[in-house]
Design a binder for this molecule. Structure first.
Ligand SMILES: NC(=O)c1ccc[n+]([C@@H]2O[C@H](COP(=O)([O-])OP(=O)(O)OC[C@H]3O[C@@H](n4cnc5c(N)ncnc54)[C@H](OP(=O)(O)O)[C@@H]3O)[C@@H](O)[C@H]2O)c1
Length: 263
């Protein structure tokens, strides 16, 4: 079935690495026009170069989801170049590992600003542009931490739980404008964000995953592209879990360990 993504204009926040970068590649493969921003000039430039070598073009610039004005300017540049916006992916995210009781206000504010308020700000900018095209789609990156919070990653867990609620409310509020709003809930995906943990506590992280492997950025990108496409035309306000079956049961490793007489 045709995804109907050819010539659609897609903005991906924080799209120069990890999940965002793979999502950009997948949209480009579908014939979409893709624009990404991040905070680091060198990162967006090297992403743009690697995309060029793959035979595609991606529009890149710096912007920060904490700064509404910088995102507005980015959106204006994209509209000038590509004529509008059809799809907006709120992908930028950060985390600070710190217990809530000892966390300082700056760390709390930064994670909430980027991971939750940034999603609201990005969506607010996207809505009039998408509405002008007669409708489209917003996709937010949530996290498994929104379903089962992580100790010492509390601010992130709280912010991502907020993203799930925001997704449902916006989905309902924007339906009359033919804008579908969904989110993706990744499990544990091997990216810059997780490389340190994979290097130190790999076994512990694999324990609850029934498929006993980490996800790849493209596993999440496929879900995002699907939700943006006409194939998901009747899906609205949904949270798509892509986790290799994380925490399906309390004893995820038993089937692998061949306990209880074998499976
Ligand atoms: N990897 C996982 O296991 C996992 C699991 C659940 C959810 N997620 C979510 O998936 C999304 C992508 O994460 P990832 O794993 O692909 O991590 P990543 O490679 O670190 O990507 C995050 C990107 O966001 C950009 N960014 C951070 N803060 C920004 C800001 N204020 N404004 C603009 N860009 C900003 C970063 O670039 P700059 O620093 O240059 O700005 C970076 O390119 C995040 O929302 C994350 O919470 C990831």
């Amino acid at each position: 079935m045709d995804m109907n993504l050819t010539d659609k204009v897609v903005i991906i926040t924080g799209g120069a690495s990890g999940i965002g970068a793979e999502t950009a590649r997948m949209f480009l493969n579908e014939g979409s026009k893709v624009a990404v921003f991040g905070r680091t000039q060198s990162k967006i430039e090297s992403f743009s170069e690697s995309i060029k070598k793959e035979g595609y073009e991606v529009f890149v610039d710096t912007a920060d989801t904490k700064n509404m004005k910088s995102m507005e300017l980015f959106a204006e540049k994209v509209v000038k170049k590509y004529g509008g916006i059809d799809i907006w992916v709120n992908n930028a995210g950060i985390e600070h590992y710190v217990p809530l009781a000892s966390c300082d206000e700056d760390k709390w504010n930064e994670v909430i600003d980027v991971d939750l308020t940034g999603v609201w700000k990005g969506s607010k900018i996207a809505i009039p542009y998408i509405a002008k095209r007669g409708g489209g789609s917003i996709i937010n990156l949530s996290s498994f931490c929104s379903l089962m919070p992580t100790a010492k990653n509390g601010i992130y867990s709280v912010a991502k739980a907020g993203v799930n609620a925001l997704t449902k409310v916006m989905a309902a509020e924007l339906a009359p404008q033919h804008i579908r709003v969904n989110c993706v809930i990744p499990g544990f995906i091997a990216t810059d964000m997780t490389v340190e943990q994979i290097g130190t506590i790999e076994d512990m992280l694999l324990q609850p995953i029934s498929m006993r492997k980490f996800g790849k950025p493209e596993d999440i990108a496929k879900g995002i592209v699907f939700l943006a496409s006409d194939n998901a035309g009747y899906i609205n306000g949904h949270a798509l879990v892509i986790s290799g079956g994380k925490f399906l049961v309390q004893n995820s490793q038993d089937p692998w360990n061949n306990y209880m007489g074998g499976y």
